[in-house]
Design a protein around this ligand. Sequence first.
Ligand code: ZN
Ligand code: ZN
Length: 285
Amino acid sequence: MFQAPQPQSGQGAEGSTRDNPIVLEGEKISDWRSLIAVLVPITTGGNVPADLSINDWLSSLKLATKYNMGPIRTRAIEAITEKNVSWHNGKMRWGLDYHVKSFLIDGVAGIVNSLLDSTLTLSLSMRELEPFSLKTINKLFWIEKAMRSPDSVYHRSSPNPSPSDCANPISIRIKYFSVKCRKGTCGAPMYPDNLACLTCKHRHNEDETLVVTDWHVHHHIQVPLAEITCKQCSKSIYSKNGERYFQCTTCKEKFHINRHFSVTRVYDLTELVEEAFEEEIKLCY
Ligand SMILES: [Zn+2]
Ligand SMILES: [Zn+2]
């Protein structure tokens, strides 16, 4: 900060005398007072006052971010997190302005949840969203739509693993129910009767999901039947006691359980927030 270019004044460096103070423009005195209340104890080993308000901490976070004061920034983020604020718009704003990923994700998730919960619609007025850019508002509504009807949105970053991902595969969540027969003339939903595991007979619900790591993209996300494992016995629900083939109950075609089938990926709210706000999250630290 002190290394910034200084205006020529003939009185020596700024800040060297009382008559020639360092002038910092664009901040409120109260922001600096709040920062000093934290800065002094942290740099001298004293105790940070216990009675600092959330606004004091936000002032410190703002200046610490602007002037690159790492330890103060970390401390402010911790203190604000401890206050458990439920003001989602505020959290999203702080996340965006001060590049704090946890605030951004919490805030966005909170706003989207209130959009999704019709009983809460009154708590979110358009006026509250007005201060945000159109781009941000579009992202909020995109996430809401993706949560309400997953098939109605396009995912920009359609996950396509690159060779570097092979060592550390990305896991995705899919629906048991979503497997379709790959025989062109059939295409029927394909799973054992009642989605019951062929080995242990455990039943899976239609909307139940599982996480898979062995998958690839070929027009759609595809997963081998062998990977679609039972919640109870962890064997493939398509393979009775290790049987290598599964027969489509509709067209009777037999498929090796290592063959890949198109499935529907499902996203949770945090994943959608991370996808929509990818750019903003990249700026966080
Ligand atoms: Zn089972
Ligand atoms: Zn079939």
